[in-house]
Write a protein of this length. Structure first.
Length: 303
């Protein structure tokens, strides 16, 4: 993979990174946005797509997903690189920045860092042989691929219960949770033909090649072992945030980086959105949008 060069790189495709990209495009700059995930939208579209957002200036109250679609309509998708997680940033002798990513290297003169709360990846079961198993899922875009299958859903929160309920009409569903009651609303699966195993944790996988054919679960009460045959496993243990380590001063609260009034942390590097800490600033979209606007104006002046 060669080195891709641009004048400006925006890192992070949440609402603030998307807004920054739209503004930089309007100014006619050579810019791209690198997003770690396979989708844009950050917290807005992944955590609350169905919630009404009514506090962003310039937008009528609307659902999170609609606001995301509005922001998406403002940007040129040709300037977006998805599945591209930035893993390191190095300043070079010529004062440009070299970014190492999961998809090769990039170089830019200026950086707008909008990685917000970080890149989220699913919490695994932590079992030997789990990685690379083709029929263990942590998210499902099309539940129909599990039609007619024996599916074991792990987890006790609302997303595990929702999946068990949704799969129930098309699959043979078992639900395993480590506590003796669900954290989510158990009423939603009441009366459904779901086999429920409470107070059990995943203990050992049985595999043929990269396919899991069964899983042993262990009682947290008396440590007895139970083997459940399966065609697929759906794990709902929540998300683990992973932050991009940056060599700049962090706020004492530990959340976000300190910067000047233009959000600059060093010449030509700006932190915007939830990644940037300022006394009294709320972690909301509008302050992040305003920061992006001020940071871009400052960069254009210094150019
Ligand atoms: C439940 C909930 C409800 C909310 N409701 C509102 C509301 O009503 N109004 C409001 O204004 N705000 C609301 N917020 C806050 C708002 O969502 C955040 O302030 C906003 O998402 C911050 O945007 P951001 O772009 O800075 O960061 P994020 O949304 O966190 O996006 C960061 C992006 O960067 C990507 N990324 C991270 N690390 C890397 C890396 N190393 N390389 C490449 N990409 C990376 C991530 O995958 C992500 O897409 C709410 C938040 C939550 C959790």
């Amino acid at each position: 993979m060669g080195m891709e060069r641009h004048e400006v790189i925006v890192v992070g495709g949440g609402p603030v990174g998307m807004h920054a990209l739209a503004l930089l495009e309007k100014k006619g700059l050579d810019v791209i946005l690198l997003e770690a995930s396979s989708v844009l939208g950050g917290q807005l579209d992944s955590l609350y797509p169905a919630k009404t957002v009514d506090d962003v200036k310039g937008y009528e109250p609307m659902k999170g997903h609609e606001l995301f679609l509005n922001l998406l309509a403002e940007i040129d998708k040709a300037h977006v690189r998805r599945n591209t997680k930035v893993t390191g940033i190095q300043k070079q002798e010529d004062q440009t920045f070299r970014l190492t990513t999961t998809q090769g290297e990039y170089q830019a003169k200026a950086l707008f860092l909008a990685t917000g709360l970080g890149f989220y990846h699913p919490r695994t079961m932590g079992l030997e042989g789990e990685q690379g198993t083709a029929n263990i899922f942590y998210a499902l875009s099309d539940p129909n691929i599990l039609e007619g299958k024996k599916v074991i859903v792990f987890g006790g929160g609302d997303s595990a219960l929702d999946w068990a309920k949704e799969l129930c009409p098309i699959a043979d569903v078992s639900l395993v949770h480590r506590r003796n009651e669900f954290r989510g609303d158990g009423h939603k699966i009441a009366g459904l033909p779901i086999k429920i195993y409470l107070s059990y944790i995943p203990a050992k996988l049985e595999k043929r090649g990269n396919i899991c054919t069964g899983i042993h679960i262990e009682s947290v009460i008396d440590h007895t072992d139970l083997r459940l045959p399966c065609d697929a496993i759906l794990v709902n243990f929540g998300l683990v945030p992973e932050s991009l380590p940056l060599p700049y001063e962090k706020a004492s609260s530990g959340f976000g980086y300190l910067s000047d009034e233009h959000s600059m942390v060093e010449p030509n590097v700006y932190v915007i959105g939830d990644l940037s800490y300022k006394e009294g600033k709320r972690k909301r979209m509008e302050p992040g949008f305003e920061e992006a606007e001020r940071a871009i104006a400052s960069y254009l002046l210094s150019r």
